[in-house]
Structure formats: C-alpha cells, structure tokens
Design a protein around this ligand. Structure first.
Ligand code: ADP
Ligand code: MG
Length: 346
C-alpha cells in the first residue's frame, strides 16, 4: 500500500530545464522523509506538485490516499505547508496572518481565532501578535510560517527548507518544534540543504540532484554505502610512512590513502574501534611514533560528495530574502487579505 505521501515518475520541465526527471517517493504514515539536495535540485518543484500547486508533465502522486490531480481540494484540506513560498503576508499582523489561514481552511471565525492564539503562544509570538509581519525578524517570520502550517493540525505536512537562513539558536528551536509535531504522529516531508538537519530529523533520506533521486535510505545506510569508518593516522617521522602504510593495509579493509606532505594515512575500517586499537598496538610495537590517530565516521557530507561529485549546497544560488514576493497569484492573496481585514475588524 502506498504511504501517506506517494509519487511515481514525476516529470516537470521548464523550457529546457528538466526540474523533475522521474521522481519516485514513498513516505510511510507517521514517518519523516528528508529530501536532501543542493539548490536547483528540484526539491521545491517536488513539494509544489505534491501540494497541488503545480501539475506535473508526467507521473502521478497521492497524498493522504488521495490523487493530487483528481482531488486537489481534498488534498489541500489534509495537508499543511510551510516554507519558502508559504503564507506570510507582510501587511497583516501575526494574528491576522494566522486567522486568514484558518479561514482559508474554512474554520469558523471563532475557531480560527482560538487556534491562532494557541499557536502564537506556542511559537513565542504572543507579544508580537499585533504587529505587522513586515516588522518581524527572519526567525519570527519562520515561526509564523510554521504556525500557519499547523492551523488545522494536518495529518500530512510539507516543509520546504524550514530552517534555511536561520541562526543556530532559532534552528535548534525549530527542530524541537518539528520533533514534537512528528512525535504526535504526523507524516512529514522536509526538504533541506543541510545534511545535519536531515540526519537529525529524517527517518529516511532521499538524495536529489538534477531532478532525480540518486540515493535513498536511512542516514546510517547512506553512510555505510559510502564506505563506513576510516582509521586516520598522522605519522611523526616521514621516513616511516611506508612502513606504517603497510600496517594499515594489513589491518584495514581496502585501499589506503596517503598524503605525503601532511604525513597522513587512512584506511577503511569496518571493524571500527577494534581495528583502531589493533593499528595503535602494531605501530607502537614497531616503535612508529604517531602525532595523531583516530577513527573518522563518514558524514552525510562524505556521502553527498561521493554520490554527486560536489558538496551539498555548493553550487550557489541565493534564497529569496525574507519577504520576497511569494508565488501564487498576487491579486488572489490581496483579495483574501481584504476579506480577512473586514472580518477581523467587524
Ligand atoms: N517556475 C519556474 N520557471 C522556470 N524554471 C524553474 C521554475 N521553478 C523551478 N525552475 C527550475 O527548475 C529547477 C529546480 O528548481 P527547484 O525545484 O526550485 O529546486 P530546489 O528547490 O531544489 O532548489 C531549477 O533549475 C530551477 O531554476
Ligand atoms: Mg527550493
């Protein structure tokens, strides 16, 4: 049975750019998928298709058991969306922003207000609730955006780079909120350029590059695909480098690496700490002095590098500044804003 979020063979082109080139995704209910990839990989386009904001050229998708092309309205009612293109309106206050979203989801004015107050409190925005969003800092804006996505406690959530551009403290705070949300049973698709974020929040990770999923698995699976632990040693005396390398070759598994000028050697060590201990004993017994020795665990950065040949996020591109024009028809947004103003001021 397909998961709470499911996509098969999604293709989307813009002119000669193949933004999605056959994306498949399956996210079991109650789990978190981290869609990890550099700028331009196709993350936002994937989220747009899954959240009914854009039609794919090919492929199909289901969210909460509903076909996104056949039942877009029903899908919208079962999801929350937060991210780069989401719903913060600069000219409304924090409170009005949340009430507007509540009304878009057809909550009664009273319920929308109650829920807005709850969330403002929850996200530490109560004090700023009656200031226009224009005056908010980047961190406050993100929190408001996330609050907006949570208005109806949706069973399926999409977050497009929720912490991009946040300082470490705000990032940490958001991670905690996201973890609570997931603990309460929601299914979440999160896009990120940050390996650390995927590592911490995602049950499974799909690495995307040039519109394709090029690897998937848990963080540990991806790391072990890229070769597992490595013993690294810095030999004190360059004259003994070759001898030490011989020891590593014998005790490790696979090709050794050797950097002459730093006197650094490395070898894959699936035996982990045990192999490290053996190497230390052996080098000691031979009287080979070490300046440094240790076990290095591969990071998701290593994984990304080995999969794509470039570092995550390295190929540039700026995020739109906070408050950059959101996508979606501007007049529709303005119209909704006016309606909310009327209702709120009544
Ligand atoms: N509306 C659009 N018009 C033209 N090209 C687009 C549009 N949206 C995205 N693209 C292009 O599609 C590719 C994937 O973009 P996107 O999904 O935004 O990537 P990501 O979110 O991973 O940074 C990029 O090359 C981007 O320039
Ligand atoms: Mg994006």
């Amino acid at each position: 049975m397909p998961g709470a979020i499911y996509a098969e063979g999604l293709v989307k082109t813009f002119g000669d750019v193949r933004a999605l080139d056959g994306v498949d995704i399956d996210v079991p209910e109650g789990t978190v998928l981290g869609l990890l990839g550099p700028n331009g990989a196709g993350k936002t386009t994937t989220v747009r298709v899954l959240t009914t904001l854009m039609r794919p050229d090919k492929g199909r998708a289901e969210v909460a058991g509903l076909d996104v092309l056949k039942y877009p309205n029903e899908v919208r009612r079962s999801i929350g969306l937060s991210g780069q293109f989401a719903a913060v309106d600069d000219y409304l206050t924090g409170r009005e922003n949340l009430q507007m979203v509540g009304q878009l989801y057809q909550l009664s004015a009273r319920d929308a207000k109650r829920r807005a107050d709850e969330l403002l409190e929850r996200f530490n925005l109560a004090e700023a609730a009656d200031r226009t969003a224009k005056t908010y800092s980047g961190g406050m804006r993100r929190r408001l955006d996330l609050a907006a996505a949570l208005i109806i406690s949706p069973p399926v959530m999409f977050m497009d780079e929720p912490t991009t551009g946040l300082d470490p403290m705000n990032r940490q705070a958001l991670w905690e909120v996201i973890e609570e949300l997931v603990a309460s049973g929601a299914t979440l698709l999160l896009t990120t350029q940050y390996l650390e974020e995927a590592d911490r929040l995602a049950d499974t990770i799909a690495v995307v590059d040039h519109g394709k999923v090029i690897a998937r698995g848990t963080s540990d699976e991806l790391k072990s695909q890229s070769g597992g632990d490595v013993v690294e040693v810095v030999v004190h005396d360059r004259a003994r480098l070759a001898e030490a390398e011989e020891v590593l070759r014998r005790l490790g598994a696979g090709e050794t690496t050797r950097v002459e000028h730093t006197r650094k050697l490395g070898v894959p060590a699936p035996g982990g700490a045990r192999t490290l201990a053996e190497v230390i004993r052996e080098l000691d017994a031979l009287g080979i002095e070490m300046d440094d020795i240790g076990l290095r665990r591969p990071t998701l950065d290593d994984v990304f590098l080995s999969l794509t040949g470039h570092a995550a996020g390295a190929d540039g591109g700026e995020d739109p500044p906070p408050g950059a024009a959101p996508d979606g028809p501007p007049d529709e947004r303005a119209r909704t804003r006016d309606q909310v103003r009327k209702k709120v001021s009544r």
